[in-house]
Ligand binder design. Sequence first.
Ligand code: NAP
Length: 301
Amino acid sequence: MPWDLVKLNDGRSMPSIAYGTWTLGNGQSAVDQVDQALSVGFDHVDTAQSYRNEQEAGQALKESGLARSDIFVTTKWSGQADIPTSIRNSVGNLGISYVDLYLVHSPRLAVPDIPTTWKQMEQVVKDGLAKSIGISNFNVEQMQELLNSANIKPVANQILFHPYVYAQQKPILDFASQHGIIIEAYSLLIPLTHQPGGPLDKPLSSIASRLDVSPDQVLMAWAKAKGVVVVTTSSKESRLKGYLAAGDLKLTSDDIDAIDEAGAAGARRLTAKTLLRRAAGLALLTAGALAVCSYLGIDVL
Ligand SMILES: NC(=O)c1ccc[n+]([C@@H]2O[C@H](COP(=O)([O-])OP(=O)(O)OC[C@H]3O[C@@H](n4cnc5c(N)ncnc54)[C@H](OP(=O)(O)O)[C@@H]3O)[C@@H](O)[C@H]2O)c1
């Protein structure tokens, strides 16, 4: 088994790689893409109220002929309606009687506060509409606030996770691990899709050629080595098969160190770039303000 099941703190288990539907859009093509993922062997589908394609995911689940118990379904409360209404709509859209995991999509949705929101999430479990509940995009302080009042612990926190943000996210991983909360990693492939040309390119391509695999597979293996559950996607069957095969890859500790170091260097480079961009913006604003003052005859010096 390339990607094992991970044990959750409520005694249930979750497949450690998921197929995400965020970018699939709607209609038949979305159904076909989920269908393709299920056909190659994904058994964990990650969707959300705000992705607006729960219905398409549900149709693909139904057409797959898979038993409900053979598939792990995650959806998220994204704030389009209150929690009791949203979960009922979501299971209705998905055409199932319960979801395996229901997440609070963002701490920003927790109004008036995290404890009040979490009470409503706990009620979802009591009502039998979700087997497990969790969170997404919560930082350490927000996780602590939740735990202070929780009767049911969140089983997972789904967060942005790739080598360029690894050091920044590490305190969340450490806190989650102390409290038995699984980290789910989204947008793991950003170093390839949105930030190519950085310090990671070299180690990723050299490890990939040594192991005769692709750089995305190396990133998957790195994430697996960090103990996180991967939430990813692809429109291509070959890539999906590659993701699943990456569960068998073994990186050496030198490989992992090289990726960590390049990730940290990239983060420093990105921070410097942001600072430069901000300084340039500030200079432009100042020049504009001085020009307006001079036009109006205001002496600012
Ligand atoms: N909780 C949250 O707030 C949150 C936020 C974002 C995402 N998510 C979840 O995470 C899932 C995945 O998010 P994501 O799309 O950002 O994930 P990702 O795994 O970082 O990226 C997947 C994309 O990478 C492309 N790709 C794969 N290998 C590549 C390569 N070697 N070169 C260039 N492109 C490559 C794929 O394109 P092809 O289609 O061309 O293969 C695919 O579109 C979402 O669907 C959603 O379920 C959750």
